[in-house]
Design a protein around this ligand. Structure first.
Ligand code: MTE
Ligand code: MO
Length: 440
């Protein structure tokens, strides 16, 4: 590798070759090797600059420049009304928002990630006529159109973060089944809709009601209309939370069809799979829902730690509810090359923690040897993510990594690496790291 070509550039253009240069072998897509002594020399040479805090590098360290954005798979999305977020699967369509595109306080519709389990239904010609029902353990089942929903019930507007239960999955080692999300299966939009609680009160919830079951109008990948794409549910208490809404607008506009419009659920802080798109039915159950995505290891984490990659015991699992604490650095972007003479940079990011608030976010520029607190803003409302800013000094030219780590209101902190391995890869929330190069 030539110095002129540039380290990040090579990594972007030919990640396998870059891996081979640094790790001395082919590591393949999504598989990362461990940086050896010779690799470290190669890395410094490749960077064309020193690594000022190299003495803090733990053995077996995998540089951020290699650990993220390295898979050759992702391609920019080409879709009307959508920004060029990264497609990680074509069918069904799954696309995540790179961290540096999550730099807005409120995520614009164009940048909002897409997670489909099946094939979206046809967009209705008359959205107001879109119908859904609430039935099961209620006194008076409700069936209503989007138009009736808006005219009969009071709407609220809330900034709510929505995060896929599998966000961060790609950081697990060994790799688990499922979409290999980085940190970008998340967004915080302003949603307008009716509190589900108000609808349930109108329907009259029976004392036998304990759980919900959600259905949407999308079509199973097999094309078989009898098969359900995904149907998850939540405990009644979460359904009654004033932040759980049946949404009809996103950032003041119609919800983009690909994000579940005209009508979808938004269940903030819990796995995104509960936020049913193209909502057609909420079935109130007298027991835990048993729809598609409620069995096996789906949306389940381990009660007791298991050997990563080993055989899991289904009885030792629990349903994932509140998502774990996470932070992202939204500026600078991973791989940013900073002008020579740069000795200080302004950082921006976001942090959130499922049902909880975030107490603090810290950043490090020396591979975690020292940390400094960031300025963390309060959430716009409960369940909105929190934005943070910081200014850090970089003592000289060279390769740096900016690390961020958040701590939730209970004092739980993001770990260095993904912990709590489980077969389908939920709840991975290690520090976010971005690599930057200050030119000499
Ligand atoms: N009908 C339906 N609703 C759905 C899904 C789906 O495949 N079909 N995917 C769920 C999952 S797993 C997530 S993370 C969120 C993603 O919402 P988004 O595509 O608007 O980002 O939608 C949820 N709602
Ligand atoms: Mo998801």
């Amino acid at each position: 590798m030539t110095r002129e070509r540039g380290f990040f550039e090579l990594y972007r253009d030919d990640p396998e070759r870059a891996d081979a240069i640094v790790f001395g072998r082919r590591t393949g897509i999504g598989r990362r090797g461990f940086l050896q002594g010779a690799g470290l020399t190669a890395m410094s040479a490749a960077v064309g600059a020193l690594i000022p805090f190299a003495h803090n590098l733990p053995s077996g360290f995998i540089p951020a420049a290699f650990a993220q954005g390295a898979a050759p798979g992702p391609k920019p999305l080409k879709m009307d009304g959508k920004a060029e977020i990264m497609v990680i699967q074509e069918r069904p369509l799954n696309a995540e928002t790179p961290e540096h595109m999550l730099d807005d306080d409120v995520t614009p519709n164009a940048k909002f990630f897409i997670r489909n389990n099946g094939l979206p239904p046809d967009a209705p010609s008359d959205p107001k006529a879109w119908k859904f029902k609430i039935d099961g353990e209620v006194n008076t089942p409700l069936e209503m159109s989007m138009g009736e929903l808006e005219s009969r019930f009071q709407t609220v507007s809330l900034k709510l973060q929505l995060e896929c239960g599998g966000n961060g999955r790609s950081f697990f080692s060994p790799e688990t089944r499922g979409n290999q999300w980085g940190n970008g299966a998340v967004g915080c939009a302003e949603w307008t809709g009716v509190r589900l609680r108000d609808l349930l009160q109108a329907a009259g919830v029976k004392s036998s009601a304990v759980y919900t079951g959600h259905y949407g109008a999308d079509v199973h990948l097999s094309g078989n209309p009898q098969q359900v794409t995904i149907s998850r549910g939540m405990r009644l208490a979460k359904a009654m939370d004033e932040h759980t809404i049946v949404a009809v607008r996103m950032n003041g506009a119609a919800i983009p069809h690909i994000n579940g419009g005209p009508v979808r659920l938004v269940v903030p802080g819990w796995p995104g799979s509960l936020s049913q798109k193209w909502l057609s039915r909420i079935w109130i159950r007298d027991k835990e829902h048993d729809g598609s995505g409620m069995g096996g290891f789906a949306y389940r984490t381990m009660k007791t730690p298991m050997v990563p990659g080993g055989k899991a015991d289904e009885k030792d699992t629990q349903i994932l509810e509140s998502m774990p604490v996470r932070s992202i650095i939204s500026n600078p972007a991973n791989g940013a090359e900073l002008a020579d003479g740069t000795r200080q940079i302004n950082l921006r990011g976001a942090a959130w923690a499922g049902d909880k608030s975030v107490q603090s976010v810290h950043v490090s520029t020396d591979f975690g040897s020292t940390w400094q607190p960031t300025r963390l803003s309060a959430p716009a409302n409960r369940y909105a993510w929190q934005r943070w800013t910081a200014t850090v000094n970089l003592p000289s030219a060279g390769y740096y990594e900016i690390w961020s780590r958040a701590t939730d209101a209970d004092g739980k902190m993001q770990p260095h690496v993904a912990g709590g391995w489980n077969p389908q890869g939920y709840g991975s929330n290690p520090f976010h790291r971005v690599a930057v190069l200050v030119k000499a």
